[in-house]
Design a protein around this ligand. Sequence first.
Ligand code: CTP
Length: 390
Amino acid sequence: MKRILLIVGGGIAAYKACELIRLCRKAGIGVKCVLTEGGQHFVTPMTLAALSENQVYTTLWDLKDEAEMGHIQLSREADLVVVAPATADLLAKMTAGIADDLATTLLLATDKPVLAAPAMNVRMWQHAATRRNVAMLRGDGITVLEPDEGPMACGEYGPGRLPEPEAILAAIQQALGGDEKRLAGKHVLVTAGPTHEPIDPVRYIANRSSGRQGYAIAGALAALGAKVTLVSGPVTLPTPAGVTRVDVETAQQMANAVAQALPADAAVMVAAVGDWRAEAADQKIKKDGTPPRLDLSENPDILAMLAKSPHRPGLVVGFAAETERVIEHATAKRERKGADWIVANDVSGDVMGGDANTVHLVTAAGVESWETLPKSDVARRLAERIADAL
Ligand code: CTP
């Protein structure tokens, strides 16, 4: 049986957590609840205990619970941690890594995927601080659902209502991945991030790739049970759960690491590989009044090499970062590089480093344009499509 740890925050929507527990139990999902201090003003531990048929945890400072089951264990024994309702305060603490009560301590200590269903006043949801926190949490790989729009308990109208329990259950079931790990036994190679091409020991040529889309894809593939090798350029992201990461700096190193990681059933080349490298000086280039000339040569095209290789994975997916005529360029790139699919994105906005992505999937069959989605959702949808294809 799949199990969730449900953290119930302090908001009027806490009453909907009761219905959520009932639906989860009906769907065969085990539920253990943590009720925050604020949450106890809206629902009682007794209600949650009766519905979940489990003990409810409310405090970090309970010697009996700590002796019987430490809070670290509580954060790890579930398959998924669900925060519903996730208040603005809880989201802010999660973003900052604050651990000042049982709920926030568990959220910091867990090594399991986390799904948050926000509920708050519309102004709080739209506040720059909350926008920033949600973007950062999503960047950290946490699934933050969009709240519903409608009349609110406080009398205002807008986005901020807790999604309906049925919708939260569907997100939970998706996050739990059902019982079938659709990519079990498959090896998928992912490249992500930028490359750094040294000019001298202290300077390099780089690009704006944050690695977030590639990391999200690696995580989504691993969540479907794939063995994932993530060849990563220099980024500041945590390695997604279940992913084997190989760190590289230059395009040449990335090409070597990709060759080493073969054979693979599929490859998803998300890295923004530097197209050129400089002849790197051994010592720091000194300023002497004449700016130095950079002697550039072209880097190997890792995607094109992989597509032509005798060890070519069955499915080769490339990305195309374009600033104009996106589909036209991507379609040409698919043919030129010998990829099966190209995921094309328009990088003329703030996609690089941003949270959302608008992509077109270009295959031999044609072009599919996806609506603008958080990068985590683009990743999940692409991982499902890869599972369909393998
Ligand atoms: N790619 C690669 N090796 C390179 C350059 C790109 O593997 N040396 C891969 C990227 O990981 C991506 C795809 O090729 O999957 C497209 O990258 P992009 O930078 O959009 O294409 P370019 O080949 O650089 O084409 P252009 O600069 O003409 O747009």
